[in-house]
Design a binder for this molecule. Structure first.
Ligand code: C2O
Ligand code: CU
Ligand code: CU
Length: 473
């Protein structure tokens, strides 16, 4: 045990952040400063209950300045409104499908009963409504997201605009309450001249490339805005929750001139913060980072997506080496914030016990296939029991990255290409780079049912790169 005082040791964050050397510019008023998606409104008066309405419908929005696009939206917004909950909350979502096609709402990363998972087993027909109900389990505080999961149409539905954030707050968060939080939902898209969202015919050349690479677009959005400006006070520490809601883009994120304190991933906080210069954020993945404002007002830093080669040589985009800008972080001239102490220990992440593992599963990612097969909802690919602990060995045998996702259960990474994972965390997304293998460990605590596991490049998922895990009672 550490002496309690040691727990409040100030981490390097307050010292090591390099001030941006760019000359000061006049502060310009930008319209989309700090804009985040609205929160879903809780209509319940009961304690520990969050009851919300979500409607998916077709609407017209101006996503890129100057043109209108026909989109699919949750409650009229892209991204959809944020589901803001606490550990222990009982959540009731009255969902209404006003689209002209079947859909579902999948609560990506949340540990919940199978019937509420919004998997393709439970489609909601056009015009129908459905109540999703689940309880947020203790220990799950973190950043998650929701999106449709209809059979073979997930990429299309998310590309049209259906995705939203879920923030689960801890009963006792270890970080100082004075730290302000920011939510950054990342997405990309591609448009035709008339503003319509570009979904090329599958038989066309660009349709074929989308299918192979996973659809990407040249326009990058943060919370639905192109290049927004975020503000930070001098010396202020902010907690950023970042969600990759893109269909195929893997972000290599860096805040120019700054280091970041990486404090959490998919299933919440780590045991200890780690100082990083950049982070790889695969599709569907989330991170939590602490950012510190510079000491001089008016400085600006760009949050960027650095080049990352996830592609097979045959379909690698010509401009893959281009660095893309996501947002500007601007230090304001408001009063500076006194340095705060970041706890050196955030929480305990108990290791899953490898000696308890009763099975080792092999998952081989080929191009578009898992273990040589494409998805069949009538087939069970892996069968197990509630309470079992298993090791999954996920091998990517092809020349492009495939991000692994498991529904319903958070796992821990044991090793990547034989190298032990240097720190423990709860995950539901794991990038499996080309020609590499990772081992994870998972325990099926409860919730019998049929759970999906799949590649989270949505075009791959929709074309069958998915399997069914049945957890029996
Ligand atoms: Cu985020 Cu099966 O999905
Ligand atoms: Cu999921
Ligand atoms: Cu894939």
């Amino acid at each position: 045990m550490l002496h309690p005082l040691r727990l409040l040791a100030v981490l390097p964050l307050s010292l090591s952040l390099v001030a941006v050397s760019a000359p000061r510019e006049r502060v310009r008023a930008l319209p989309k400063r700090d804009a985040e998606p609205p929160a879903l409104i809780n209509i319940s008066k009961k304690p520990n209950t969050v009851e919300v309405n979500i409607t998916a419908s077709v609407t017209t929005l101006s996503l890129v300045p100057g043109v209108n696009s026909e989109v699919f939206a949750y409650n009229g917004h892209v991204p959809g409104p944020t589901l803001d909950v606490r550990e222990g909350d009982h959540v009731i979502v009255h969902f209404h499908n006003h689209l002209s096609e079947p859909t579902t709402v999948h609560w990506h990363g949340i540990h919940l009963p199978f019937e509420s998972d919004g998997s393709p087993f439970y489609p909601i027909k056009p015009g129908e409504s459905h109540d999703y109900e689940f309880t947020i389990r203790p220990g799950t505080a973190g950043t998650y997201w929701y999106h449709p999961h209809p059979d073979r149409r997930t990429g299309f539905a998310i590309g049209k605009g259906l995705f939203g954030a879920i923030v689960v707050h801890a009963a006792d968060d270890p970080l100082p309450a004075t730290i302000s939080e920011r939510l950054l939902v990342l997405s990309d898209n591609r448009f035709l001249q008339d503003g319509s969202i570009d979904f090329p015919d599958a038989a066309s050349a660009s349709g074929g490339i989308d299918e192979e690479n996973g659809r990407e677009g040249p326009v990058l959005f943060v919370n639905g805005h192109v290049m927004p400006t975020l503000s930070i006070r001098r010396g202020e520490v902010q907690r950023w929750r970042i969600i990759n809601a893109s269909a195929g883009r893997i972000y290599r994120i860096a805040l120019a001139g700054h280091t970041m304190l990486h404090i959490g991933s998919d299933g919440g906080l780590f045991e200890t913060p780690r100082e990083v210069k950049e982070l790889l954020l695969t599709t569907g993945e989330r991170v939590e980072v602490l950012i510190r404002g510079t000491d001089s007002a008016g400085t600006k830093a760009l949050l960027q997506d650095l080049p990352y080669d996830r592609y097979a040589p045959q379909t690698r985009p010509k401009d893959w080496k281009k660095t893309l800008d996501l947002l500007t972080l601007e230090t304001t001239d408001e009063a500076s914030v006194a340095p705060i102490a970041i706890p050196a220990h955030l929480r305990t992440v108990p290791p899953l016990d490898t000696t308890k593992a009763t099975a080792v599963r092999t998952v081989v990612f080929g191009q578009g296939m898992i273990n040589g097969k494409t998805m069949d909802m009538a087939r069970v690919d892996v069968s197990t029991r509630v309470g079992a602990t298993e090791i999954w060995e996920i091998e990517n045998v092809v020349g492009m990255d495939h991000p692994f996702h498991l529904h319903g259960f958070q796992f821990q990474v044991l090793d990547r290409d034989g190298v032990a994972e240097p720190y423990r965390s709860w995950k539901d997304m794991l990038n499996i780079p080309k020609h590499s293998t990772a081992r994870i460990i998972v325990r099926y605590d409860d919730y019998p049912g049929k759970w999906m596991f799949h590649c989270h490049i949505l075009d791959h998922e929709d074309h069958g790169m998915m399997g069914v895990l049945e957890v029996r009672q």
